[in-house]
Design a protein around this ligand. Structure first.
Ligand code: 5GP
Ligand code: ZN
Length: 136
């Protein structure tokens, strides 16, 4: 628990939230400012700022839980398509410093925009691929 963390306070029931799921490891709740109707956040109870600090055990469980929650959400909201987004760090758009995963239903008309594609530079990408491959 981090005393300055809003999600830790929600987990600790110090701040109210619209919870949709809870177990020993995770809490899932409706986002307070949803990107689309039904936007859910899955939050591990362990305080970890980004994916790098979250334990492998929790990381390996969270996607399975996401699938389960999405299946339930589909029965309530009328959608088939969705984005799973997880921001790490301020430049990536992270505003709450406690790891969380966004489950965002997509509708034929909505206002979610992800990224714009750019022209590929083969010299840069082949060099990058080589460098990263060596580290794995
Ligand atoms: P991030 O930008 O860090 O990836 O996402 C943070 C998300 O948390 C945002 O979508 C924001 O609307 C949501 N959020 C921030 N404060 C609260 C809160 O107090 N309660 C709930 N339910 N969601 C929150
Ligand atoms: Zn926290």
């Amino acid at each position: 628990m981090d005393n300055n963390c809003i999600f830790c306070k929600i987990i600790n029931n110090e701040i109210p939230s619209k919870k949709i799921y809870e177990d020993d490891d995770f809490l899932a709740m409706l986002d307070i400012a949803p990107a689309t109707k039904g936007h859910v956040l899955i939050v591990p109870k362990e305080h970890a700022e980004t994916m790098a600090e979250l334990s492998d055990e929790k990381l390996s469980k969270i996607l399975v839980l996401a699938k389960k929650i999405i299946n339930a959400m589909k029965k309530v909201h009328n959608f088939t398509d969705y984005n799973i987004i997880q921001n790490n760090g301020r430049l990536a758009g992270q505003t709450v410093g406690h790891y969380h995963m966004h489950l965002i239903p997509r509708y034929s008309v909505d206002e979610v925009s992800l990224w714009s594609p750019h022209e590929n530079d083969p010299s840069v990408t082949s060099d990058m691929a080589e460098q990263v491959r060596k580290l794995l």
